[in-house]
Design a binder for this molecule. Sequence first.
Ligand code: PRP
Length: 221
Amino acid sequence: MSAEAAGIHTSAPGVATTPRGEQNHGHHGLAGAPVPAPVPSTHPDLAEILVTENALRVKITELAAAIDADYAGQEVLLVGVLKGAVMLMADLARALTISTTLEFMAVSSYGSSTSSSGVVRILKDLDRSIEGRHVLVVEDIIDSGLTLSWLMRNLSSRHPASVEVVALLRKPEALRVDLDVRYVGFDIPSAFVVGYGLDFAERYRTLPYVGTLTPEVIAAG
Ligand code: PRP
């Protein structure tokens, strides 16, 4: 994510989009939980830790249990959205007990001037057809929701048996589209966050927790 992309969307038009008409297969999902109180960080570039390693571990266990229950007896194709979802993909996939296969996509917004249209380009597409498959998109964060909205439409057009989403983080205040996200880890404030896959100019992805950068680091970005 770039510094510009990190900005909080304050003047967004309310574009209502429903990526899929039909949804509910009897799934119960997992609604986003508020993050616990932030804890101080010892990392010099971070202001606070928003989601600790332990909170991530507990939440991913919960997400996996909900997904296991919903898809019992079925095989699920996990589609990780590079690069941010790499950590969640690795941990969630290993926490699931249902039968899964893994695929990855990389998408990129056309840029700040056009990203509001939700138009993204595919940098890396899926390696094979998803027709008739139960697809679960694995995302690290939903900010404006535009990337996921586009992705859901794109994947739905490939005739999967179903498409659902698991996202670790969501910023409800930044959402610009109406998205049906079956599994959400945490609802977080519209702050700039890094770690556990999330970057600032490609840095901080490997931190094992999610935290906020100091204003100085963002300004120097
Ligand atoms: C991030 C994230 C989502 C998207 C969310 O990806 O992984 O894909 O932004 O933003 P949105 O809801 O406003 O569309 P990014 O483009 O930063 O790429 P990365 O995963 O490689 O860091």
